[in-house]
Design a protein around this ligand. Sequence first.
Ligand SMILES: [Fe+2]
Length: 319
Amino acid sequence: MAIVRVGFVELWVRDLEKSLEFYQGLLGFRLEHREKKAAYLRGYEELEWSLKLTEAPFPAVRALGFKVDSEEGVRALQDLAAKEGWPHRLEADWGRPEVLKVQDPFGYPLAFYFKAEKLPRVLQRYHEYRGPGILRIDHLNVFSPAVGEATRFYQEVFGFRLTEYTEDDEGRLWASWLHRKGNVHDIAFTNGEGPRLHHFAYWLPDPLAVLKAADILAGAMRTDQIERGPGRHGISNAMFLYLKDPDGHRIELYTSDYLTVDPDHPPVRWSLNDPRRQTLWGHRTPKSWFLEGSVLLDLEENPVPTRPSVLQGLPEHVT
Ligand SMILES: [Fe+2]
Protein backbone atom coordinates (compact mmCIF):
# COMPACT_ATOMS: atom_id res chain seq x y z
CA MET A 1 0.00 0.00 0.00
CA ALA A 2 1.11 3.57 -0.46
CA ILE A 3 -0.08 6.40 1.73
CA VAL A 4 0.17 9.65 -0.23
CA ARG A 5 -0.40 12.28 2.45
CA VAL A 6 -2.47 13.31 5.44
CA GLY A 7 -5.99 13.92 4.15
CA PHE A 8 -8.37 15.04 6.84
CA VAL A 9 -9.29 15.22 10.49
CA GLU A 10 -12.74 14.56 11.89
CA LEU A 11 -13.58 16.31 15.16
CA TRP A 12 -16.45 16.07 17.58
CA VAL A 13 -17.47 19.51 18.80
CA ARG A 14 -20.09 20.50 21.37
CA ASP A 15 -21.66 23.41 19.48
CA LEU A 16 -21.40 23.34 15.70
CA GLU A 17 -22.43 27.00 15.26
CA LYS A 18 -19.73 28.12 17.67
CA SER A 19 -17.12 26.00 15.89
CA LEU A 20 -18.16 27.31 12.48
CA GLU A 21 -17.91 30.87 13.79
CA PHE A 22 -14.26 30.05 14.60
CA TYR A 23 -13.19 27.95 11.60
CA GLN A 24 -15.27 29.60 8.89
CA GLY A 25 -15.88 33.03 10.40
CA LEU A 26 -12.45 33.86 11.83
CA LEU A 27 -10.04 31.52 10.04
CA GLY A 28 -11.84 31.69 6.70
CA PHE A 29 -12.18 27.96 5.97
CA ARG A 30 -14.57 27.24 3.08
CA LEU A 31 -17.74 25.52 4.22
CA GLU A 32 -18.60 23.09 1.43
CA HIS A 33 -21.41 21.02 2.81
CA ARG A 34 -23.68 20.77 5.83
CA GLU A 35 -25.81 17.98 7.06
CA LYS A 36 -27.93 18.12 10.19
CA LYS A 37 -25.11 17.83 12.72
CA ALA A 38 -22.00 17.85 10.53
CA ALA A 39 -20.04 20.38 8.49
CA TYR A 40 -17.36 19.72 5.85
CA LEU A 41 -14.69 22.36 5.25
CA ARG A 42 -11.54 22.85 3.18
CA GLY A 43 -8.70 25.26 2.47
CA TYR A 44 -8.48 27.29 -0.75
CA GLU A 45 -5.94 25.00 -2.43
CA GLU A 46 -7.74 21.76 -1.66
CA LEU A 47 -9.92 19.82 -4.09
CA GLU A 48 -11.38 17.60 -1.35
CA TRP A 49 -12.75 18.44 2.10
CA SER A 50 -10.21 18.09 4.89
CA LEU A 51 -12.00 19.08 8.10
CA LYS A 52 -15.23 17.51 9.30
CA LEU A 53 -16.94 18.88 12.40
CA THR A 54 -19.71 16.88 14.01
CA GLU A 55 -21.83 18.11 16.89
CA ALA A 56 -21.58 15.62 19.74
CA PRO A 57 -21.90 15.45 23.54
CA PHE A 58 -18.18 15.95 24.19
CA PRO A 59 -15.09 17.10 22.26
CA ALA A 60 -13.09 14.27 20.67
CA VAL A 61 -11.36 13.11 17.51
CA ARG A 62 -13.20 10.52 15.42
CA ALA A 63 -10.69 10.02 12.60
CA LEU A 64 -7.18 10.83 11.43
CA GLY A 65 -7.44 10.55 7.65
CA PHE A 66 -4.82 9.59 5.08
CA LYS A 67 -5.14 9.62 1.30
CA VAL A 68 -3.91 6.38 -0.31
CA ASP A 69 -2.70 6.10 -3.94
CA SER A 70 -5.35 3.70 -5.29
CA GLU A 71 -8.34 1.50 -4.53
CA GLU A 72 -5.89 -1.42 -4.44
CA GLY A 73 -3.97 0.43 -1.76
CA VAL A 74 -7.10 0.65 0.38
CA ARG A 75 -7.70 -3.10 -0.20
CA ALA A 76 -4.13 -3.88 0.86
CA LEU A 77 -4.62 -1.95 4.10
CA GLN A 78 -7.92 -3.74 4.67
CA ASP A 79 -6.17 -7.11 4.19
CA LEU A 80 -3.41 -6.04 6.57
CA ALA A 81 -5.92 -4.98 9.26
CA ALA A 82 -7.75 -8.32 8.89
CA LYS A 83 -4.50 -10.32 9.04
CA GLU A 84 -3.25 -8.46 12.11
CA GLY A 85 -6.64 -8.47 13.85
CA TRP A 86 -6.92 -4.68 14.11
CA PRO A 87 -10.48 -3.35 14.47
CA HIS A 88 -11.57 -2.08 11.04
CA ARG A 89 -14.58 -1.46 8.78
CA LEU A 90 -15.58 0.34 5.60
CA GLU A 91 -17.69 3.50 5.84
CA ALA A 92 -19.12 5.99 3.35
CA ASP A 93 -19.05 9.73 3.89
CA TRP A 94 -20.04 12.82 1.94
CA GLY A 95 -18.04 12.75 -1.31
CA ARG A 96 -16.09 9.69 -0.12
CA PRO A 97 -17.85 6.44 -0.97
CA GLU A 98 -15.26 4.19 0.63
CA VAL A 99 -13.35 5.07 3.78
CA LEU A 100 -11.48 2.30 5.60
CA LYS A 101 -11.52 2.95 9.33
CA VAL A 102 -8.74 1.17 11.23
CA GLN A 103 -7.75 1.35 14.86
CA ASP A 104 -4.03 0.76 14.86
CA PRO A 105 -2.26 -1.21 17.65
CA PHE A 106 -1.53 2.03 19.53
CA GLY A 107 -5.19 3.08 19.53
CA TYR A 108 -5.08 5.80 16.84
CA PRO A 109 -8.33 5.89 14.82
CA LEU A 110 -6.99 6.01 11.26
CA ALA A 111 -9.04 6.43 8.10
CA PHE A 112 -7.71 5.48 4.66
CA TYR A 113 -9.41 6.44 1.39
CA PHE A 114 -8.73 6.91 -2.29
CA LYS A 115 -12.02 7.68 -4.04
CA ALA A 116 -13.10 11.27 -3.48
CA GLU A 117 -15.44 13.62 -5.30
CA LYS A 118 -13.45 16.63 -6.48
CA LEU A 119 -14.63 20.11 -5.52
CA PRO A 120 -14.22 23.11 -7.87
CA ARG A 121 -10.74 24.65 -7.97
CA VAL A 122 -10.80 27.94 -6.08
CA LEU A 123 -7.06 28.56 -5.61
CA GLN A 124 -7.10 31.64 -7.82
CA ARG A 125 -10.47 33.02 -6.71
CA TYR A 126 -8.56 35.43 -4.51
CA HIS A 127 -11.54 37.74 -4.10
CA GLU A 128 -13.24 34.94 -2.17
CA TYR A 129 -10.40 34.42 0.32
CA ARG A 130 -11.28 35.18 3.91
CA GLY A 131 -9.20 35.13 7.09
CA PRO A 132 -5.46 34.50 6.70
CA GLY A 133 -6.01 32.35 3.57
CA ILE A 134 -5.91 28.74 4.83
CA LEU A 135 -4.58 26.65 1.91
CA ARG A 136 -4.37 22.93 2.82
CA ILE A 137 -4.02 20.45 5.63
CA ASP A 138 -0.34 19.83 6.35
CA HIS A 139 0.06 17.40 9.25
CA LEU A 140 -1.18 15.74 12.41
CA ASN A 141 0.71 15.60 15.69
CA VAL A 142 -0.23 12.94 18.23
CA PHE A 143 0.76 12.27 21.83
CA SER A 144 2.29 8.86 22.35
CA PRO A 145 3.41 7.19 25.59
CA ALA A 146 5.89 5.13 23.53
CA VAL A 147 7.31 7.36 20.80
CA GLY A 148 10.12 4.95 19.87
CA GLU A 149 7.77 2.04 19.29
CA ALA A 150 5.20 4.08 17.34
CA THR A 151 7.88 5.68 15.17
CA ARG A 152 9.38 2.34 14.20
CA PHE A 153 5.95 0.90 13.47
CA TYR A 154 4.85 3.80 11.24
CA GLN A 155 8.13 3.55 9.33
CA GLU A 156 8.12 -0.23 8.89
CA VAL A 157 4.40 -0.90 8.41
CA PHE A 158 3.06 2.28 6.78
CA GLY A 159 6.22 3.43 4.98
CA PHE A 160 6.64 6.83 6.61
CA ARG A 161 10.09 8.45 6.46
CA LEU A 162 11.82 10.16 9.35
CA THR A 163 12.91 13.78 8.84
CA GLU A 164 13.66 15.07 12.35
CA TYR A 165 13.73 13.69 15.89
CA THR A 166 14.37 14.71 19.49
CA GLU A 167 16.54 12.54 21.66
CA ASP A 168 17.79 12.77 25.26
CA ASP A 169 21.38 12.13 26.37
CA GLU A 170 20.60 8.42 26.87
CA GLY A 171 19.47 8.10 23.24
CA ARG A 172 15.77 7.78 24.08
CA LEU A 173 13.37 9.16 21.46
CA TRP A 174 11.07 11.94 22.74
CA ALA A 175 9.52 13.07 19.49
CA SER A 176 9.65 12.22 15.78
CA TRP A 177 8.53 13.82 12.51
CA LEU A 178 7.53 11.47 9.69
CA HIS A 179 6.41 12.20 6.15
CA ARG A 180 4.98 10.66 3.01
CA LYS A 181 4.30 13.73 0.87
CA GLY A 182 7.79 15.26 0.69
CA ASN A 183 7.90 18.01 3.30
CA VAL A 184 8.82 17.66 6.98
CA HIS A 185 5.82 15.68 8.15
CA ASP A 186 2.40 14.20 7.66
CA ILE A 187 2.39 12.88 11.22
CA ALA A 188 4.51 13.58 14.28
CA PHE A 189 4.70 11.67 17.55
CA THR A 190 5.18 13.65 20.77
CA ASN A 191 6.02 12.16 24.13
CA GLY A 192 3.12 12.31 26.59
CA GLU A 193 -0.02 10.70 27.92
CA GLY A 194 -1.61 8.97 24.97
CA PRO A 195 -2.85 8.10 22.54
CA ARG A 196 -4.33 11.57 22.07
CA LEU A 197 -4.26 14.20 19.34
CA HIS A 198 -1.85 17.01 20.11
CA HIS A 199 -2.81 19.19 17.14
CA PHE A 200 -3.63 19.27 13.45
CA ALA A 201 -2.03 21.83 11.16
CA TYR A 202 -2.95 23.82 8.06
CA TRP A 203 -0.58 25.43 5.58
CA LEU A 204 -0.71 29.20 5.06
CA PRO A 205 0.69 31.03 2.00
CA ASP A 206 3.54 32.81 3.82
CA PRO A 207 4.77 34.08 7.22
CA LEU A 208 2.76 37.31 6.88
CA ALA A 209 -0.40 35.23 6.81
CA VAL A 210 0.60 33.77 10.18
CA LEU A 211 0.84 37.30 11.60
CA LYS A 212 -2.47 38.18 10.00
CA ALA A 213 -4.11 35.23 11.77
CA ALA A 214 -2.84 36.53 15.12
CA ASP A 215 -4.19 40.01 14.27
CA ILE A 216 -7.58 38.55 13.35
CA LEU A 217 -7.81 36.75 16.71
CA ALA A 218 -6.73 39.89 18.56
CA GLY A 219 -9.14 42.10 16.62
CA ALA A 220 -11.98 39.76 17.53
CA MET A 221 -10.97 39.95 21.23
CA ARG A 222 -10.09 36.25 21.15
CA THR A 223 -6.50 36.37 22.43
CA ASP A 224 -7.43 33.71 25.01
CA GLN A 225 -7.47 31.29 22.07
CA ILE A 226 -3.86 32.09 21.05
CA GLU A 227 -1.82 29.51 22.92
CA ARG A 228 1.64 29.87 21.43
CA GLY A 229 3.41 32.01 18.82
CA PRO A 230 3.70 33.42 16.26
CA GLY A 231 7.22 32.13 15.97
CA ARG A 232 9.64 29.99 14.01
CA HIS A 233 10.22 26.38 14.95
CA GLY A 234 13.77 25.04 15.13
CA ILE A 235 12.41 21.63 14.20
CA SER A 236 10.91 21.89 10.67
CA ASN A 237 12.07 25.52 10.29
CA ALA A 238 8.41 26.45 9.84
CA MET A 239 6.60 29.60 11.00
CA PHE A 240 3.77 28.74 13.37
CA LEU A 241 0.82 29.90 15.42
CA TYR A 242 -1.10 27.58 17.76
CA LEU A 243 -4.75 28.28 18.48
CA LYS A 244 -7.32 26.53 20.63
CA ASP A 245 -10.76 26.14 19.05
CA PRO A 246 -13.93 26.63 21.15
CA ASP A 247 -13.67 23.01 22.40
CA GLY A 248 -9.96 23.13 23.18
CA HIS A 249 -8.87 21.26 20.04
CA ARG A 250 -5.49 22.69 19.02
CA ILE A 251 -4.94 23.89 15.44
CA GLU A 252 -1.57 25.03 14.16
CA LEU A 253 -1.24 27.51 11.31
CA TYR A 254 2.00 26.59 9.60
CA THR A 255 4.15 27.61 6.65
CA SER A 256 7.63 27.59 5.11
CA ASP A 257 9.19 24.26 6.00
CA TYR A 258 11.41 22.47 3.46
CA LEU A 259 11.61 19.75 0.81
CA THR A 260 12.44 16.18 1.87
CA VAL A 261 11.82 14.13 -1.29
CA ASP A 262 15.32 12.70 -1.67
CA PRO A 263 15.19 9.01 -0.72
CA ASP A 264 18.48 9.42 1.15
CA HIS A 265 17.47 12.63 2.95
CA PRO A 266 19.24 12.44 6.33
CA PRO A 267 17.11 12.98 9.47
CA VAL A 268 18.00 15.89 11.74
CA ARG A 269 18.75 15.10 15.39
CA TRP A 270 17.81 17.59 18.12
CA SER A 271 18.92 17.34 21.73
CA LEU A 272 16.06 17.43 24.22
CA ASN A 273 17.90 20.20 26.05
CA ASP A 274 18.26 22.49 23.04
CA PRO A 275 15.73 25.34 23.54
CA ARG A 276 16.00 26.30 19.85
CA ARG A 277 14.30 23.09 18.75
CA GLN A 278 10.80 24.28 19.60
CA THR A 279 11.21 27.98 18.94
CA LEU A 280 14.32 28.90 17.03
CA TRP A 281 14.34 32.31 18.69
CA GLY A 282 14.45 30.73 22.15
CA HIS A 283 10.96 31.67 23.40
CA ARG A 284 9.60 29.44 26.11
CA THR A 285 6.75 27.10 25.37
CA PRO A 286 3.71 27.23 27.69
CA LYS A 287 3.15 24.18 29.88
CA SER A 288 -0.36 23.65 28.45
CA TRP A 289 1.25 22.88 25.11
CA PHE A 290 3.05 19.88 26.62
CA LEU A 291 0.10 18.55 28.57
CA GLU A 292 -3.21 19.26 26.84
CA GLY A 293 -4.59 17.23 23.96
CA SER A 294 -7.79 15.87 22.42
CA VAL A 295 -9.37 12.53 23.31
CA LEU A 296 -9.56 9.96 20.52
CA LEU A 297 -12.57 7.74 19.75
CA ASP A 298 -12.43 4.07 18.89
CA LEU A 299 -14.49 2.56 16.09
CA GLU A 300 -17.49 2.25 18.41
CA GLU A 301 -17.14 5.96 19.29
CA ASN A 302 -15.98 5.33 22.83
CA PRO A 303 -13.01 7.30 24.22
CA VAL A 304 -9.72 5.45 23.72
CA PRO A 305 -8.11 4.86 27.14
CA THR A 306 -4.77 6.60 27.62
CA ARG A 307 -1.68 5.76 29.61
CA PRO A 308 1.12 7.96 30.91
CA SER A 309 4.40 8.14 29.06
CA VAL A 310 7.29 5.88 29.96
CA LEU A 311 9.45 9.02 29.76
CA GLN A 312 8.63 11.41 32.60
CA GLY A 313 9.38 15.09 33.12
CA LEU A 314 9.55 18.16 30.94
CA PRO A 315 12.67 19.69 29.46
CA GLU A 316 14.12 22.20 31.93
CA HIS A 317 13.61 25.29 29.76
CA VAL A 318 9.88 24.72 29.69
CA THR A 319 7.70 26.80 31.98
FE1 LIG B 1 2.79 20.92 14.06
